[in-house]
Design a protein around this ligand. Sequence first.
Ligand code: SF4
Length: 121
Amino acid sequence: MNRPISRREALKNLALGAGTLLVARAAGAASTEPAKPPPATGPLPHLVPTDPLAVALSYHESAKTVEVAKFPTYKPDQKCGTCLQLTGKVGDPWRPCNLFPGKLVNAEGWCKVWVKKAPAA
Ligand code: SF4
């Protein structure tokens, strides 16, 4: 009753066995891993000027409060709303900034790395 198996059958059985093993390992891993929290939803928190990175970049929630003597590069037309780093929807008062991931900055704010946004083409 023992018939020799062909090379093709041997490879097929090997592939089936490996597939079964992978499925079993995945199922085992899934049951032992702790449940991951659902992804965060809702609006991002506002950046506060006391945030360590905000302090490092001299972020101001309002560009009107920037002391020119302390920040000589500041010009009155500079604010987050005209900065290259600001993203999000034009007109929103709080928007994402590339330099402060996970937070929203005030469109009327300013920090010392402000870069003029190119006009829309
Ligand atoms: Fe505002 Fe630009 Fe500074 Fe971001 S990089 S906080 S948009 S001035």
